[in-house]
Design a binder for this molecule. Sequence first.
Ligand code: SAH
Ligand code: SF4
Length: 348
Amino acid sequence: MIDIFAKNIQQLEVLFTQVGIERFRAKQVFHWLYERKVFDFHQMNNIGKQTQTKLAENFTILMNDIGIIQTLKSKDRNTYKSLLNFADNNTCETVLMCHDYGNSVCVSSQIGCAMGCSFCASGLNGFIRNLSSAEMLAQVMHFATKLQDEQKRISHVVIMGSGEPLLNLKEVLQFIKLLHDPNAFNISYRNITLSTSGIVPAIKTLQAESLPINLAISLHATTDEKRSSIMPINKTYPLTELLSATKEYANVSGRQVTYEYILINGFNDTLEDAARLIELLSAHTAVVNLIPFNDVKEHSHIQTPIKRAQSFKDYLQKHGTPATIRKEMGADINAACGQLRNKHIDTE
Ligand code: SAH
Ligand code: SF4
């Protein structure tokens, strides 16, 4: 059986004709899946009974195999976090954030993570496997179905959940293209953000795709020594190499790159750090997104006090580097990536 979730219309046409189903059925099925959010061939009622049966005999739809282990809602009711279960019993986290400007889903791209960053909960149990494009799309569909009941839609997607998306680029690209497909989720590329720890060759591959999505780089430190101590990937792709790749990405794509910078108390939050950050990004079209560190019980880092975070931001802005402090959403429901899944593994 072949799973047809997250296949585009052209791929569906090929699959259908291979089993003797008319080509034009591809468009109909696609409409049922993404517009109507119906995942049972027998309910697709503009398709004849015989074809429905043929579809069901030959194909599956991943949405039917997704279990929801738990959904947590933040006290302010703006953040929802779900732990999804796949057919192989692996679990993955996905988060919905409802902002004034729209509804955004934070998608995981892998189960676990191999990168071993010292502040992050995602890699604590190592890397398990890549998620397929269908499994990524299922995370968005999970919340889209929920919002549909309230006549709302998903307008933004950030690939910032567990995992390193640039180490799963082929599946991530298929996923992004389906998000954008006007007959699927119809999300503007400008509302899609991919965050990476800085896999330089894959940044170049992404650049060659010429998709006008937002690129976010997890920077978090301003010297190679400091960055390597919290992000082992920096030993392979040090700052000069990374920043030269992102500069080229910004120039070629015409898009401003976002630099994420977790403020960790006493580690990277002094005004000297801020000055170095300005220097590093001086020749870039960049915006810095300062992130309050989210406590991970297994790690020893602590959050920079808000006052110091504010001075750090003011310093950047005063010197011409645009900066924002990320609003903490869903802190009461372990919204930092990887934390809910780890809790689940701990209690198993
Ligand atoms: N692997 C990719 C995308 C997933 S991580 C990357 O590293 O960019 C998404 C973002 O969450 C990154 O900026 C990451 O550094 C941040 N993050 C991880 N652990 C965190 C924590 N404990 N508190 C705050 N942000 C965290
Ligand atoms: Fe992986 Fe990103 Fe977490 Fe680093 S910050 S361990 S790259 S998910």
